[in-house]
Design a protein around this ligand. Structure first.
Ligand code: PLP
Length: 382
């Protein structure tokens, strides 16, 4: 299922890759509503939960092409993609390494479920390569990273992680949600498996919940075997909506990159702001590595407000909406402590460096000047 248009630029592939035309020659992929398909005179056994119906195939061809992967799977949420992938490879007695600073839902899943299944795991205190090396055990099966991470935009060196995995004979997995396939293609740096919460940039309009896994055929075949039983497939209507959204992915993410850079520079100079976390800033710890492995720094940034009343600040915003989730065309802001990381203990949050005055901004595609004016008036009234 490798890209049929590998020589075309990403923006072109966003629009055209994977799409199907029926006998009426409508230019949009038809929505195949059936859950029941004929089986005589064919070896195909099409069924939504088998991850093989037409609209699922379309979206996977498009995403596999954008991530330079051989193939993939489309799920009903990002967490279905994360949990199914991990549980497809990990068995009792295996060990998994998680980088420092992960999406709270992933950390919660690991803390809640792994002990019950006798799966060992280490969550790193720091993301330098020595910490990854020290955490390795003879039974380590997976190293799992998220770069840039949610919410502190930590950057991990993809090439070094994939080298380490190859030497240690374990599988490298990345959650590439924050970067999107427009800004970063981890497979090009040797990473084995790429995961997305498609609810974010791929959907892009805050109206789709989905997840995706992209990789080589060998790994996808293994994940598919577990997926059939875990059952987290996505229906045709949502696949179609996602296909439509991805057509504009490159222009949306391009604008979000530019907006976020300007806003990060603006916030960085403000006396009301303590720290700005954005990989595009030269002051960011991961800036040099980000330049090496990303083609854009993304639309996500976080900052610590000096005033501890971050709720009052969010209420003063007139354009930017205080709301959970991220990656939509509209700018949204939230406090990780009470949203993405509310199920993570205070101790673990502190170990990750997530403070109570941290705000995470998902920058949309609006006019940059309007966004900066909104932040300015809210800061000036602190
Ligand atoms: N990965 C990251 C980085 C996320 O931010 C999220 C959700 O916020 C997820 C995974 C989980 O995705 P979903 O909410 O689609 O299950």
């Amino acid at each position: 299922m490798k890209s049929i248009q590998p020589d075309r630029a990403k923006g072109t592939r966003c629009v055209h890759e994977g799409q199907r035309m029926d006998e009426y020659r409508g230019i949009n992929t038809p929505i195949y509503t059936s859950t029941s398909y004929g089986y005589l005179d064919t070896d195909d056994r099409l069924y939504p939960r088998y991850f093989n119906i037409p609209n699922q195939k379309v979206i996977i061809e498009k995403l596999a092409s954008l991530e330079n992967a051989e193939t993939g799977l489309i799920f009903s949420s990002g967490m279905a993609a994360v949990s199914t992938t991990l549980l497809s490879f990990l068995s009792q007695g295996d060990h998994c390494i998680f980088q420092n600073g992960l999406y709270g839902g992933t950390l919660h899943f690991v803390n809640e479920e792994f002990n019950r299944f006798g799966i060992e795991y280490s969550v790193l205190k720091s993301n330098d390569m020595q910490s990854f090396r020290t955490a390795l055990r003879p039974n380590t099966r997976i190293i799992y990273i998220e770069s840039p991470s949610n919410p502190l935009l930590s950057i991990v060196d993809l090439e070094q992680v994939s080298d380490l995995c190859r030497k240690a004979k374990c599988i490298s997995v990345i959650d590439n949600t924050f970067a999107s396939p427009i800004n970063q293609n981890p497979i090009d740096f040797g990473i084995d498996i790429v995961i997305h919460s498609a609810t974010k940039y791929l959907g892009g309009h805050s109206d789709i919940c989905a997840g995706a896994v992209l990789s080589g055929k060998k790994y996808i075949e293994r994940i598919t075997r577990s997926s059939l039983s875990f059952g987290g497939s996505l229906n045709s209507f949502m696949c179609y909506l996602l296909e439509r959204s991805i057509k504009t992915l490159e222009i949306r993410v391009g604008k979000q990159n530019r907006n976020a850079m300007e806003i990060a520079e603006f916030l960085d100079k403000r006396p009301e702001v303590d720290v700005v976390y954005y990989p595009g800033l030269s002051s960011h710890k991961g800036h040099d590595v980000a330049i090496k492995q990303m083609t854009g720094f993304g639309g996500m940034l976080s900052f610590e407000l000096k005033d501890p009343d971050i709720t009052a600040f969010q209420k003063r915003l007139q354009l930017i909406k205080p709301a959970m989730s991220l990656g939509g065309v509209e700018s949204t802001i939230c406090a990780p402590v009470t949203t993405s990381h509310r199920l993570v203990s205070k101790k673990e949050r502190e170990e990750e460096g997530i403070r109570d005055n941290l705000l995470r901004l998902s920058v949309g595609i609006e006019n940059t000047g309007d966004l900066i004016r909104d932040l300015k008036q809210a800061l000036e009234r602190t």
